[in-house]
Each structure stands twice: as C-alpha cells, then as structure tokens.
Ligand binder design. Structure first.
Ligand SMILES: [Zn+2]
Length: 132
C-alpha cells in the first residue's frame, strides 16, 4: 500500500511501527521534492516580485518593491505601497531633493530642462552665461 503524505495519514500513522513511519516520511519527502511544486513556488515568487516592482516603480523604488514582493508577497506589496518615495537626486550637484521638486534647492537647475539638454547644449548655455 502506497502511503500518501496527508494530514490524516500523519495523525493516523502507528508510531510504534518504524517501517510505517519510515514509509510515510519517504512519501512526504517525495511530495516536497516534486519539481512541479517547486516550479509553482518559483512562478508565484516571480509574480509577487513583479507586482511589487510595479508598485515600487510608482515611487521610484522598483528594486525595493521587487525584493519586498519576492520576500513577503502581498504583505511586501503593502510595505512598498506605504513606503516613502525616493528623494530626487540632483544630476548636477548630487543633493537629494523632495520627490516632487521641480528645481534643485541647492544649485537651482530645472530637472525637466536639464534632462532634455545634451551635454553640448549645457556647455553652450554655460558659456553664454559667462558673457562670451
Ligand atoms: Zn543641484
């Protein structure tokens, strides 16, 4: 008789019979090492991580969302959903500004304008402001 690893068979096994306990243990190990179980576990972890990354992306923290989602699933989604947004780092001076800032509080550059400029046009405007 092939034992199945279920809660009923676990509670019904005769603990004074070593062979019965051994057979049930082997059945449970087989169930835990079943590749399809692991494929599902990995698939669900990746899905949870992807959803966490999507939630985190809206806060500029997709990697934190990915890790929280992979580690804790739906609880990790809540953690990243209530987390603070990533501060906006100035590309010119490196100072961290509030996430909604449009200009740097330290050097005053306009983030959107800065991002649309090329290095060459940035240098040109610097030259102009120096009075060439
Ligand atoms: Zn700055």
């Amino acid at each position: 008789m092939a034992l199945e690893c279920t809660y009923a068979s676990l509670s019904a096994v005769d603990q004074t019979d070593p062979e019965a306990v051994q057979a049930l243990l082997q059945s449970c190990v087989r169930a835990l090492l079943d590749p399809s179980l692991w494929e599902w576990a990995i698939f669900l972890t990746l899905v949870c991580a992807a959803i966490g990354a999507l939630i985190g992306r809206s806060k500029g923290r997709w990697l934190a969302g990915f890790i929280w989602g992979a580690a804790l699933g739906p609880i990790g989604w809540i953690v990243i959903a209530v987390a603070k947004r990533e501060p906006r780092e100035c590309p010119e001076c490196g100072r961290k500004n509030s996430p909604d800032a449009k200009v740097c509080h330290n050097c005053g550059i306009h983030f959107a304008k800065y991002a649309s400029q090329t290095t060459r046009s940035r240098l040109k405007s610097q030259d102009r402001s120096r009075g060439w």
